[in-house]
Design a protein around this ligand. Structure first.
Ligand code: ADP
Ligand code: MG
Length: 361
């Protein structure tokens, strides 16, 4: 059985690593010469809108999935006529546009921050009478890792922010002074079986995820699981989905969803019985989903821009190091460390030590 993947970055690499023990093979389509999934999957080098390359992928793969949501929807539409593609096209096109995404949340009675769609500077100025400062302006499409966003604190910020985002269609939303940011990752297979992982608390700096911690038996689990199930069933979803939420008191507000495996679920590689990557593969192959039960304490630290010494990291005896084989570059995700244990004191001690190592480069 051969799985095709659109994209050959670290998520494709970890999907392939999870699939090899199940006897699966992988082929990915990626434009770059040194796609980091290349060591564990065959590569078709080419652009996502290259019909001949897509044709070749469809020929070689039994089922196709994707590792990021900024691939052209037309590529998925083309492939879907020739080979099964999961998650479904509607999930992709909705997640690609923040306006469609927020409207879907509202339709499903999933609470969101207040938002207004914007097509020009006048509309932005008018919206800031409805939405109060501070607010956040986001391009409707193509944003990731905090890119395509600007914070608005006063009227004087509007022109600069609008120009900074190149005047493309956008939404403006309330800036939420959240108590914490959480995400929930869930899997659904063809038969409609759903499994949710424990919610994860996420810490971002400048829009980039730095740290995630699994929250076992957390009070937000029930509401978060209810929200994500509404999405999964409405979209007749197949695969792993990630729903990002802001928590204010005991209220949850949906920020966005990703139709794919997610950085905030990397801890599941060592902290859950079956990880997000394997459950994604099981879902798209209509295999039974595996247990999402987790260790008592599980967390992940991202390695961004530089990779500290391997020796130092591995001195922490619970550290599981996952490197992506990518060259160092500012702001680039290069790997992560998982720490999973049943002992709280060990957990806190090792996380503290690892954070010191990571912060000192
Ligand atoms: N309305 C908001 N209020 C407060 N913080 C926000 C808001 N929107 C985004 N952020 C912060 O910026 C991060 C990135 O924004 P997000 O909408 O998730 O875009 P993306 O992950 O696609 O770059 C969020 O994880 C959060 O930390
Ligand atoms: Mg996000």
């Amino acid at each position: 059985m051969i799985i095709g993947i659109l994209g050959g970055g670290q998520l494709a690499r970890m999907l392939a690593l999870a699939g090899h023990p199940l006897g699966l093979q992988f082929i990915m389509l990626d434009p770059s010469e040194d796609a980091c999934a290349g060591v564990v999957a065959d590569q078709i080098q080419g652009r996502y809108n290259d019909i001949a390359k897509l044709e070749l992928l469809a020929q070689k793969a039994d089922v196709v999935t994707y590792e990021f949501e900024n691939i052209p929807a037309a590529a998925v539409e083309f492939l879907a006529k020739k080979v099964p593609v999961y998650p479904p096209l509607l999930a992709l096109t909705t997640a690609q546009d923040r306006l469609y995404e927020k409207k879907l949340f509202r339709k499903l009675d999933i609470c969101t921050p207040a938002f207004v769609p914007i097509n020009n500077l006048e509309e932005l100025q008018r919206a800031l009478k409805e939405i109060s400062y501070p607010a956040i302006l986001k391009t409707r499409t193509q944003g990731y890792d905090g890119k395509g966003q600007a914070i608005l604190r006063r009227n004087a910020d509007l022109t600069t922010a609008w120009e900074h985002l190149n005047g493309v269609p956008a939404i403006v939303e309330d800036f939420i002074p959240f108590d914490r940011e959480i995400s929930i990752i869930a899997a659904r297979n063809h038969s409609g079986e759903i499994k949710c992982y424990p919610v994860t608390e996420n810490v971002h700096h400048a829009g980039i995820l730095h740290f995630s911690k699994a929250l076992k038996n957390d009070s937000a689990q029930h509401q978060a699981a209810d929200y994500v199930k509404r999405l999964l069933n409405h979209l007749d979803y197949v695969g792993i989905i990630t729903l990002e939420l802001f928590q204010v008191g005991d209220q949850l507000l949906a920020n966005e969803f990703a139709p794919r495996v997610h950085n905030s679920g990397h801890w599941t590689q060592n902290g859950a019985i079956i990880d997000q990557f394997e459950n994604h593969l099981r879902a798209i192959l209509d295999l039974p989903l595996g247990s999402t039960d987790s260790s008592d304490y599980a967390a992940m630290i991202n390695l961004i821009s530089t990779v500290p010494s391997r020796e130092k990291i591995l001195q922490q005896t619970h550290a599981n190091l996952h490197l992506y084989g990518k060259e160092e570059r500012t702001g680039r995700k290069l790997g992560h460390i998982n720490i999973c244990t049943s002992d709280e004191a060990t957990f806190n001690k090792e996380i503290g030590a690892l954070q010191n190592i990571v912060n000192s480069g």
